[in-house]
Design a protein around this ligand. Sequence first.
Ligand code: 4AD
Ligand code: MG
Length: 479
Amino acid sequence: MKRERISTILKEPQLGEKITVKGWVRAFRSNRFIQLNDGSTIKNLQAVVDFENFDENLLKKITTGAAISVTGKLVESLGKGQDVELQVESIEIIGEANPEEVQKTVMQPKKHSLEFLREQAHLRFRTNTFGAVFRIRHAVSYAIHKYFNDNGFYYIHTPIITGSDCEGAGEMFHVTNFDLNNIPKNEDGSINYKEDFFGKEVSLTVSGQLEAELAALALGQVYTFGPTFRAENSNTSRHLAEFWMIEPEVAFNDLNDNMNLTEDFLKYVINYVLENCKDDLDFLNERDKKEQASKPQNKRSDMTLIERLEFVVNNDFERLPYTEAIDILMQSKPYKKKKFQYEVKWGVDLQSEHERYLVEKHFKKPVILTDYPKEIKAFYMRQNDDGKTVAAMDVLFPGIGEIVGGSQREERLDVLKEKSAAFGIAEKDLWWYLDTRRFGSVPHAGFGLGLERLVMFVTGMTNIRDVIPFPRTPQNAEF
Ligand code: 4AD
Ligand code: MG
């Protein structure tokens, strides 16, 4: 008998058909009603058993978490909560689950804390919340590829092992095959990387941008979408040591084109989720309402999750230079009442508390800040005519803070050389990047979106560890 997936059955129910469904038991009530889930949708299929017709020992094995196969006829359901149900004719137990053991896991159907769920990251896929989050994460990834493909971008696979620190923050994980107890040294005691696997010092990439620029300067418009690593020792709710970044790069674009692309792209992806993930989004919307009601002091918005997504899709992002943002912050109530923990003055990097004030309190919508002081941004950003700022842009989202960082790139060889020297980057390490400015250099721009931050926004989850299947954070790489 052909196996049907529950999502298909519920979308186009073929009443009277005999079908087989395989999945995991979510609940078994009154020795009669099985709630079966196969992961294809957040919805369960109700399978109805006439217990008189089945062996008692078999029925005993239909417990929460067990994997079973049921075959029967699909009929209209007279009960509340579902339109159709399966009248079970035969049952096969595929994998048993010991009820006492299940009691101790997140599969036990009751409310669990997200912290407890994180300790069981291998099992949390079985819960409604995480099923919804990871189906939506898939949809977001698909929409990203679709957007770029439909708009004539090429997907470039940039290396994971690299010798360059694109962001210059020194937050790199080293890659080596040295015996760590016996590292070859030079005469002066320094490490002899010539003897290492690649003959030089290399790390896991913090960004695919530099390589993407090379591709953009030939293929016109490209994007990367890959794992990204940062040894940033910040144990916050929005930082991971391993995350996924999307980085488009477009030849002949300036900062304004870059902002237009970012805004159009983000709205497309969010709208895709609104249109294609209805069941999961409805569930997370209810979850978010309850969360917000239970923590009024941390309430992020007067809007529901779905309203927040619709709001972003339907409204223009606010665009303003960093300098104006500093003025706004210095006029703000929290500044005057000394409520900000971190300093505000021209030249400092904005902290999340400042970004959130601008987005959530002042503008009440996504904000694109541009033209930051050159000292606080990376070496590759294009120098503005004022000599003080660079053509940078950060997109700030409600409840998240920075979701995108990007810029127009410095395309002038002499200025770029000066900048890299000022940032202490040796020309011999970056010759291949500088070369592109020697042969038909053109203005170009791009940005980086943190996938997990976008998934946080569209699911309403407030900790980044809950939107990636297996989070890597300081002191944590279990599973
Ligand atoms: O602002 P960032 O550091 O920009 C770059 O890496 C550029 N090379 C991008 C480019 O222009 N092509 O990082 C971009 C985004 C951030 O806005 C944030 O969303 C995400 O990547 N991000 C992180 N997400 C999770 N955990 C971390 N530790 C992150 N660091 C950055
Ligand atoms: Mg940034």
